[in-house]
Design a protein around this ligand. Structure first.
Ligand code: NAD
Length: 316
């Protein structure tokens, strides 16, 4: 089924940033919008269609329903409930897990046979929920993982070194959240290891810690100033969609299933570089991580395993 049709579920800030970026980049041929709030989806579709005359790309955009998933290549899920005042992360996890199970049921009931892409937080855990609920092959269920975090990292390094972010090759691995970490041992600028770049330019290694902390806290900072983050994730989602729809064999740090390829990382969806094409995940990269990085990956996986366990205990 290669028709360039994508169904977006959740037309909030993240969903519409994805839709707007997809329109501007000609990421697909058809974009269907679904939201609990049907009027919002209809209004957003109208608004986007009014930009078509100025877009370099032709695209069919409309508000639809779950039957539209039947022949779609991809379903992108950005639907979710926001954290309520005094609500813990655990409460939010339980609420969004329920939302994700309900949405997955509807999508699968339509006869959908494509690839799921999830952005709703906590994204790694919810990707695993969609995988479990759908019964799909693990290659066809993907979370945005640390794609956005890695883009933020490349931006921060490029700013620090005053060079183009596209020459910076660096990844954040692990949970999209507090236990994520930078794989510094593999970070490089146009093949030169980042440690050598810093040493040669007589820059401070402490600044690398500051860069990591800035990246980790970027979402908190943006949320404090403007309520939520959406442009960066919208463009990250388009990048992932294009890798799949255009059969690019591109490597991106998505949320992907790992089960034993790394010691102590079992039965978990977690942010890790993986090769993507029209079939979804072709394979994860096998990296020669150093001891510290292995420990951080294991700790991140352990945290995600515990989150999943807590949902199971509550029978969500
Ligand atoms: P939002 O509140 O603006 O939009 C959420 C939308 O989902 C709303 O339009 C709501 O009506 C809809 N919705 C809720 N339940 C639904 C259901 N059962 N079916 C269909 N639609 C439903 O929120 P947002 O700012 O767009 O954020 C969406 C999600 O993206 C959040 O979970 C947020 O944490 C996450 N996010 C992820 C990343 C990442 O890197 N993965 C980055 C930023 C935000």
């Amino acid at each position: 089924m290669k028709n360039g049709k994508i169904v977006l579920i959740g037309t909030g800030d993240v969903g519409m940033s994805f839709a707007y970026a997809a329109l501007n980049q000609g990421a697909c041929e058809t974009l269907v919008l679904i939201d609990l709030n049907k009027d919002k989806a209809i209004g957003e579709a109208l608004d986007l269609n009014h930009g078509l005359a100025f877009s370099g790309n032709s695209m069919t955009i409309y508000a639809g329903d779950y039957s539209d998933c039947k022949d779609a290549e991809m379903v992108v899920i950005t639907a979710g409930v926001a954290q309520k005042p005094n609500e813990t992360r655990q409460d939010l996890l339980i609420r969004n897990s329920k939302v994700m199970r309900a949405i997955t049921k509807e999508v699968v009931a339509s006869g959908f046979d494509g690839i799921f892409l999830i952005a709703t937080n906590p994204v790694d855990v919810l990707t695993q929920i969609v995988w479990e609920e759908s019964g799909f092959d693990k290659r066809r269920v993907i979370g945005s993982g640390t794609t956005l975090d890695s883009a933020r990292l490349r931006y921060e390094i490029s700013k620090y070194l005053n060079l183009d972010a596209r020459n910076v090759h660096a990844y954040i691995l692990g949970e999209h959240g507090d236990s994520e970490f930078v794989c510094w041992s593999k970070a490089n600028v146009a093949t030169k290891p980042i440690y050598d770049v810093i040493k040669d330019q007589k820059m401070s290694f402490d600044d690398l810690d500051k860069i990591y902390n800035d990246v980790k806290n970027a979402a908190y900072e943006i949320i404090e100033r403007k309520g939520s983050t959406y442009y960066g994730i919208g463009m990250s989602l388009v990048r992932i969609v294009k890798a799949i729809i255009n059969n690019e064999n591109s490597i991106l740090p998505i949320s992907v299933y790992i089960d034993g390829q790394y010691e102590g990382v079992n039965d978990v969806f977690i942010g890790f570089p993986a090769l993507l094409n029209k079939n979804g995940v072709d394979r994860i990269m096998i990296l020669d991580l150093n001891e510290e990085e292995n420990e951080k990956l294991q700790a991140s996986a352990k945290y995600l395993n515990e989150c999943l366990e807590s949902i199971k205990e509550k029978k969500v």
